[in-house]
Design a protein around this ligand. Structure first.
Ligand code: PGA
Length: 253
């Protein structure tokens, strides 16, 4: 049975002290809440917060992710943070290929492949993001775009690594816009992604892969989205910074 996952993506928000408060609140909620063994809650936080938050929450039900990592192992790469460094702080996951990184920081399929390799080599589990822009959807290119992103970054990945990968489908037009994909649009793309993974890696791996939906997930729409057959949870931006809303989203999964 594949895992259900709610991952909060804080992006470049909160100062460390505030982030720590929020993480402690989420952790306390999870300690009281009967989260079933098959469900995971993750927070993807700024690098500057990882050490402090991992120290405070320990290795309980809440797991920590970074929002990026370097494509390089180590060396003269000023300003970069390696997967090994992230791992050493106790984070378990890394978001790779988020559309904001593709848009603003030049993360293309090739760079994303290198970052995935760094994650696998260091025992970090990537949350690989894919998704089309509004123009691409309007021109009916969304299937091709997502397929290309998946094939370019994942086709060379080994089977044992793919089993340790989470995919997040995030249509760019739905991120931070309040315009969520309908459950039908999201389910349709998730089924398509699972089919591609099946063609690449076989039906057992495809059936076990968690595919998250991201893009304006909130307390009001999470339940309906998560009820879809191929939607195994969400990657939640804005709403993950609002504690009550994030709790409702966790309850929905
Ligand atoms: P949003 O962001 O929930 O604020 O739309 C989602 C994401 O970027 O992961």
């Amino acid at each position: 049975m594949r895992k259900k996952i709610v991952a909060g993506n804080w992006k470049m928000n909160t100062l460390p002290a505030k982030g720590e408060e929020l993480a402690i609140e989420i952790n306390a909620f999870l300690n009281d809440f009967q989260l079933n063994d098959n469900t995971k809650v993750i927070i993807a936080i700024p690098y500057t917060h990882i050490d402090r938050i991992v120290q405070r929450i320990g290795s309980g039900k809440l797991a920590v992710a970074s929002q990026n990592c370097s494509q390089f192992e180590k060396g003269a790469y000023t300003g970069e943070v390696s997967a090994e460094m992230i791992k050493s702080l106790g984070a378990k996951y890394v978001i790779v290929g988020h559309s904001e990184r593709r848009q603003f920081f030049g993360d293309n399929d090739e760079l994303i492949s290198l970052k995935l390799t760094q994650c696998y080599q260091n025992g970090l589990l990537p949350i690989f993001c894919c998704g089309e822009s509004l123009d691409e959807r309007n021109q009916n290119q969304h299937y091709d775009v997502v397929k290309t992103q998946l094939i370019n970054s994942l086709a060379q990945v080994g089977k044992s690594d793919i089993e340790n990968t989470i995919i997040a489908y995030e249509p760019v037009w739905a991120i931070g816009t309040g315009q969520t994909a309908t459950p039908e649009q999201a389910q349709d793309m998730h089924a398509f992604i699972r089919k591609i993974v099946k063609d690449l890696f076989g039906s057992e791996i495809a059936a076990g892969l968690s595919i998250l939906y991201g893009g304006s997930v909130n307390a009001g729409n999470a339940e309906e989205l998560f009820a879809c057959e191929d939607i195994d949870g969400g990657l939640v931006g804005g709403a993950s910074l609002k504690i009550e809303e994030f709790k409702t989203i966790i309850r929905s999964v």
